[in-house]
Design a protein around this ligand. Structure first.
Ligand code: NDP
Length: 448
């Protein structure tokens, strides 16, 4: 499908001209503009007030040098980014990603998506994203600390608890958030909720660690229930073995499913008896090892090199929780051919556009990332609330709020899809529901 509306076609042409090298950003913007065509036609005031033109242009793109010294005394220079995409409904909010693949394009597309995702949570948070092409893999704790301190020595002037609140993402977990927070505090002398995903001893929220994976399962369970199904008794494949994947595996299992496969960037394990999550946590969280180590203590399990093979495993439900573009058209076809009836995205943009079209055409239940994985950022917003109140909720309180938010997101997305003529297309429903709230706020605030 392509953009039919002439005004949106011209807008897309401008975005392409302005961002010629930002491939993923262009794909994302095009997909969102396609989804919101009927919304734009129903709201001429958005066009008149330039809401769309402002929406596709990040408010600010910050790019900076990050010099740091390794354990041998050698100097390295990485590049840091923070894209502040949209603050119409609240302070910019979105993770920091440390991975060699990070470019301005990556951060820009993620920040754009984040605006819609954050809007879907119903909480007052705008969209941002940041990161660097630094690779924490294989670095010592001291090297990671020196990098984080250098990164924050520039970032601190652009963020704040009421302005921009970063969090973790790929390569940024509890260790990195701790180093970043320490440096922010040293530079500003302020003890405030400027980052989320903090440790429980210094302002973190209970259930934040579990939130994205648990939230994914709450969203998916509601989507399944509304189609007369559930996780109970289903065979599930989860890609990745990081934060999102581990807690998706945990909650899916608690809801009665059997998770039979998990992966990392080298390969995947298939365990027909069901994944032993404690073993995965030991390998990944404690030993910082590789998923292949799993088979040493699990004789029934198999290890396969390469990541895409995981989608050829027969399953009822697939939860991609590793990285972007991990399911291409070929993998999507393999899932469909093997009888998979539900794909729900824990990672950001794990399915290519062709894969998504294939899922929707084949009538699968498809939970798009910006809705299905919004539990992480929603709980980050709950962490911000607790920091502002100087108070902590219990695990059960946060988990209950998370569940309520995810169920609410599902219905908001499903209703928007039906209202605008795309019943059961939750990809379009998520874009429409997310956009409507941001657009109304932008309209109210005028040209700014
Ligand atoms: P982690 O860094 O904790 O884990 C990422 C996992 O994906 C690791 O197991 C990693 O393996 C694996 N991986 C990386 N690249 C590939 C690849 N090319 N093929 C297969 N596996 C790969 O990150 P998170 O779990 O935090 O994030 C995962 C995804 O979820 C990302 O897309 C992130 O943006 C998204 N997300 C995360 C949220 C959060 O709260 N953490 C919130 C919302 C979205 P290896 O160990 O080999 O690198």
């Amino acid at each position: 499908m392509s953009i039919q509306n002439e005004y949106l076609q011209n807008l897309m042409a401008t975005v392409e001209k302005r961002n010629p090298n930002d491939k993923q950003f262009l794909i994302t913007v095009r997909s969102v503009l396609e989804s919101i065509e009927p919304v734009v036609e129903a709201h001429p005031e958005y066009v008149k007030m330039g809401v769309l033109e402002m929406f596709v242009e990040p408010e600010r793109v910050i790019k900076f040098r990050v010099p740091w010294v390794d354990d041998k005394g050698e100097v390295h220079v990485n590049r840091g980014y923070r894209v502040q995409s949209n603050s119409a409904i609240g302070p910019y909010k979105g993770g920091l990603r440390l991975h060699p693949s990070v470019t301005e394009d990556t951060v820009k597309f993620l920040a754009f998506e984040q605006t819609l995702k954050n809007s879907l949570t119903g909480l007052p948070i705008g969209g941002g994203k940041g990161g660097s092409d630094f690779d924490p893999k294989g670095k010592s704790d001291m090297e990671v600390m020196r990098f984080c301190q250098s990164f924050m020595s520039e970032l601190y002037r652009h963020i704040g608890p009421d302005c921009d609140v970063p969090a973790g993402d790929i390569g940024v977990g509890a260790r990195e958030i701790g180093y970043l927070y320490g440096e922010y505090k040293r530079l500003t002398g302020q003890y405030c909720g400027v980052l989320t995903g903090k440790g429980l001893t210094y302002g973190g929220s209970l259930a934040r660690k579990e939130a994205t994976g648990y939230g994914l399962c709450y969203f998916t369970e509601e989507m399944l229930n509304c189609a007369g199904k559930s996780f109970k008794g289903q065979t599930v494949v989860v890609s990745g073995s990081g934060n999102v994947a581990m807690y998706a595996c945990e909650k899916a299992t608690q809801l009665g499913a059997k998770v039979v496969a998990m992966s990392d960037s080298n390969g995947y394990v298939y365990d027909p008896n069901g994944i032993d999550l404690d073993a995965v946590k030991l390998i990944k969280e404690v030993r910082r090892g590789r998923i292949r180590e799993y088979v040493a203590d699990h004789p029934a399990a198999e290890y396969h090199e390469g990541c895409s093979g995981i989608w050829t495993i027969k399953c009822d439900i697939a939860l991609p929780c590793a990285t972007q573009n991990e399911i291409n058209l070929e993998s999507a076809r393999a899932l469909i051919a093997n009888g998979c009836f539900c794909v729900s995205e824990g990672a950001n943009m794990p399915s290519t556009m062709e894969a998504i079209d294939a899922f929707i055409e084949a009538g699968l239940l498809f939970g798009p990332a910006k809705a299905a994985n919004a539990g992480g950022v929603a709980t980050s917003a709950l962490e911000m609330s607790q920091n502002s109140m100087r108070y902590s909720w219990t695990f059960e309180e946060v988990d209950a709020k998370l569940k309520q938010i995810m169920v609410g997101i599902y219905h908001n997305v499903a209703d928007a899809a039906s209202t605008y003529g795309f019943a059961n297309n939750f990809e379009k429903g998520a874009n429409i529901a997310g956009f409507l709230k941001v657009a109304e706020a932008m309209l109210a605030q005028g040209v700014c």
